[in-house]
Write a protein that binds this ligand. Sequence first.
Ligand code: SF4
Ligand code: SF4
Length: 229
Amino acid sequence: MSGGYKKPAFPFYVLGFLLLFGLTLGRWICGWLCPFGWVQDLVYRIPFFKKLRTFRFERYFRWLKYAVLAVLVIGLPLLSAFKGVLVPWFCKVLCPSGTLFGGIPLVAANAALRNQIGFLFWWKVGVLSALLLLSLLVSRPFCRYLCPLGAIYGLFNRIALVHLSYENETCVDCGKCVSVCPMGIDPKKQFDSAECIRCGRCARACPTDALTVRFGLRKRAESHKKSTI
Ligand code: SF4
Ligand code: SF4
């Protein structure tokens, strides 16, 4: 075998963790553990800007995160791995969390790094700024439209142990749950949606406890209405 080339290892442990967290928590992770989700929530709370719960054709933008997953997380890194170097394209060109919590503090603290910054750094600062500006108007735009991890965990939402339970016998159709949902969905109809981050705000707002976030196997009766996203 020739000298320097080492075939990149298949990331079994990463897939194992994704499977474990996906099956147990689903997108609860987005609602409760993601630091960039928290930053977006903070920015969205800034008043003076007209808030948009959703907008025309918004549902098509939500598909973008699956394209990001397919192209930047799977496709391009696999192509680069065949050439012997695994390039994390998503982190390299898009991840705003990496820019905010890693790139900017590192560059601020290290003069040598400051002398080396180029187009890619400013591109990522631009992506971060655009998302923070958008967060003034739309709640959690990165989670809704671009996050590939959210896309993966969302696929588990229908089977994950953490789930949102809805009982239509108790619902009085007051609409309070819809008005507080940070993901712009209708909790009554989309409680099993891949978009739900299990934040529990709808359950806390519900005056009749028709909605509850639960941990465990689902009762058959909990799934009597179909999700639409
Ligand atoms: S449906 Fe409820 S739990 Fe899910 S994101 Fe909306 S408010 Fe949070
Ligand atoms: S807040 Fe509760 S009672 Fe009101 S519409 Fe939502 S689920 Fe029904």
